[in-house]
Design a protein around this ligand. Sequence first.
Ligand code: NAG
Ligand code: NAG
Ligand code: NAG
Ligand code: NAG
Ligand code: NAG
Ligand code: NAG
Ligand code: NAG
Ligand code: NAG
Ligand code: NAG
Ligand code: NAG
Ligand code: NAG
Length: 304
Amino acid sequence: MERITWFFLAAASCLTMAAALTNSNLTTDESALLALKAHITSDPHNMISTNWSTTTPVCNWVGVSCGARHFRVAVLNLSYMGLTSTIPPELGNLSFLVALSLRNNSFHGTLPLELGRLRRLKLISFRFNNFMGAIPSWFGSLSKLETFDLYGNRFSGSIPAAIFNLTALQVINLSYNQLSGSIPREIGNLTQLKEIYLDRKNFKEIPNEIGALNQLERLFVQFNALEGHVPLAVFNMSSLITMTSYRNSLNGSLPENTYQHLPSIQQLDLAQNQIDGPIPSNIGNLTQIRMIDLGWNYLTGIPP
Ligand SMILES: *[C@@H]1O[C@H](CO)[C@@H](O)[C@H](O)[C@H]1NC(C)=O
Ligand SMILES: *[C@@H]1O[C@H](CO)[C@@H](O)[C@H](O)[C@H]1NC(C)=O
Ligand SMILES: *[C@@H]1O[C@H](CO)[C@@H](O)[C@H](O)[C@H]1NC(C)=O
Ligand SMILES: *[C@@H]1O[C@H](CO)[C@@H](O)[C@H](O)[C@H]1NC(C)=O
Ligand SMILES: *[C@@H]1O[C@H](CO)[C@@H](O)[C@H](O)[C@H]1NC(C)=O
Ligand SMILES: *[C@@H]1O[C@H](CO)[C@@H](O)[C@H](O)[C@H]1NC(C)=O
Ligand SMILES: *[C@@H]1O[C@H](CO)[C@@H](O)[C@H](O)[C@H]1NC(C)=O
Ligand SMILES: *[C@@H]1O[C@H](CO)[C@@H](O)[C@H](O)[C@H]1NC(C)=O
Ligand SMILES: *[C@@H]1O[C@H](CO)[C@@H](O)[C@H](O)[C@H]1NC(C)=O
Ligand SMILES: *[C@@H]1O[C@H](CO)[C@@H](O)[C@H](O)[C@H]1NC(C)=O
Ligand SMILES: *[C@@H]1O[C@H](CO)[C@@H](O)[C@H](O)[C@H]1NC(C)=O
């Protein structure tokens, strides 16, 4: 989240500046936000109800920041406000929005198609809400998206292929939803990916294409239904810092020499799988390692 703090740089006093610029119009943004306000059914801490008043400039509203260049709403961050609401289609009119964060509220319902018009979005965090339905494929049109975080909602169905159009994506966090299906091979197309959180689902396979993600630092795929041989491509990723794949059904043996190709690994958790064969003798050569758990497998031998 911190990576976008620079968006806040120059907010404030944008209303007066906007008035001086004929091509800027905050009125659209204001009515979009008022539409959202009208959908809020519970605001226990009175965050929005009194603060979002038409007597004060939109850019001074709590949770709202305007961009320095266009003097339009660039960030909407209503995280941790305890709000209960749905998202109205009007929110898709915030055409200069770069970051939309609604973490830890009770937003619910499905996501309106109109959000697909927010082409400048770099960050979406809907973490810890009650959104439901399929992950809409219009997310695939948000081509600048870098962080895509739906952690802890009730999204169901499979990951739409359109997501793999998002070539700027750096973080994908879909953990704690009700998704199933497969991790599509196209994930190997997202070469900017640094963090993948796809745990607690019913995914059966890690595609080999993941080996193409040469910037990947964190891979969380625990509590899935992964089966077949331990994915060797993953044991070849020099950027990898954390890999947790416990509670799956991976089998086969661990590669003897490929640890040389994990120079950055700090945390490796493969516990509770069906891995057999010897514990690789050169495991002590993982110089950065801080945590390793291979327990509850069928491994033999004690590493030197
Ligand atoms: C802003 O846009 C709306 C609708 O497009 C228009 O009705 C209004 O006159 C505009 N306001 C300014 C200050 O340009
Ligand atoms: C709304 O909240 C912002 C940020 O907390 C604050 O600066 C501003 O004074 C508030 N405005 C009103 C009208 O309460
Ligand atoms: C949103 O606000 C929360 C707390 O107010 C902060 O921790 C978080 O970094 C912000 N996120 C974004 C995307 O601005
Ligand atoms: C905003 O969005 C709504 C619904 O998507 C639409 O009806 C409306 O005309 C849009 N434009 C403005 C300027 O509010
Ligand atoms: C966010 O929500 C989760 C799940 O309800 C909870 O465990 C966590 O403590 C919440 N965080 C904050 C800062 O409210
Ligand atoms: C991916 O993007 C291309 C071009 O932007 C578009 O033609 C295609 O329909 C998109 N695919 C999906 C699955 O959204
Ligand atoms: C995604 O969820 C994991 C926990 O599974 C958490 O550690 C990580 O920070 C989350 N990522 C983002 C971008 O919120
Ligand atoms: C995406 O991945 C698929 C399957 O790995 C591949 O066939 C396709 O060429 C890739 N597309 C792009 C645009 O890289
Ligand atoms: C590993 O699991 C797969 C799929 O469950 C199975 O087909 C294969 O025979 C197993 N291989 C070994 C060596 O146990
Ligand atoms: C590991 O990487 C090396 C060199 O890049 C390559 O030759 C080898 O095929 C890779 N092995 C796997 C299992 O991906
Ligand atoms: C592992 O490190 C030891 C020294 O600690 C060294 O003798 C050995 O050659 C290394 N093995 C590999 C495979 O790098």
